[in-house]
Design a binder for this molecule. Structure first.
Ligand code: GLN
Length: 195
């Protein structure tokens, strides 16, 4: 059985575990470096990127995540995407640099400006439409040449993939679809195809 680690430093990590359980995938809480052992993929959830960045360094798990990411898929949602970016322009967040994207935090507005929009994207399983929940979501301001845009909203990327890694501005774990988690799971099965 495949095991997906979920970074449980802060944020809505339990919602991801609930989606994965629907798919009969084992989950593991990742809080300390050793927790990554025996994980096949990692999810960095939404929450507060400044706090998660600080905790990552406080606990000392940053280097292990970077090493893990060389050979395993990592998916970030919302704050998780901010942490996976190359550039963010906020000195309180030290990003992991797993995706060649530039991020602007909270660019869709504040908590009260949260919204839900249908997001359409294509996978090897066909065209999927999921409910995209945007909560103080980041915008992707620019992407590098190796970054694939899997979905857009208002002509701006909101779901991107680069090699083994992918990220969403929104919260797929809050929709009732497993489509994005399915894509992550499929990247465990076929890491060789994922560049
Ligand atoms: N605005 C948050 C941040 O900058 C992200 C919000 C979220 O994950 N829903 O970290």
């Amino acid at each position: 059985m495949q095991t997906v680690g979920i970074l449980t430093l802060q944020g809505d990590y339990d919602k991801h575990a609930q989606v994965l359980r629907k798919r009969n995938v084992d989950t593991r809480s990742v809080r300390y470096p050793d927790d990554l052992l025996n994980c096949d993929a990692l999810i960095i959830p939404g929450g507060e990127s400044t706090t998660m960045s600080k905790l990552m360094d406080h606990i000392g798990i940053r280097d292990e995540i970077l090493t893990f990411a060389q050979t395993h898929p990592v998916m970030g949602t919302c704050a998780g995407m901010i942490l996976m970016a190359n550039r963010g322009g906020d000195s309180r967040v030290k990003p992991l640099g797993l995706l060649d994207i530039t991020i602007v935090r909270n660019a869709y507005g504040r908590q009260v400006d949260s919204f839900v929009e249908e997001i359409e994207f294509k996978t090897q399983f066909g065209v999927e439409v999921i409910k995209g929940v945007f909560i103080r979501a980041p915008k992707i301001k620019s992407i590098g040449g190796n970054v694939e845009v899997l979905a857009e909203l208002y002509n701006e990327p909101v779901f991107v993939r680069q090699g083994l890694h992918m990220a969403t501005s929104f919260h797929p774990e809050l929709s009732n679809s497993c489509a994005i988690h399915d894509l992550l799971i499929s990247m465990i099965w076929e890491p060789v195809l994922a560049e």
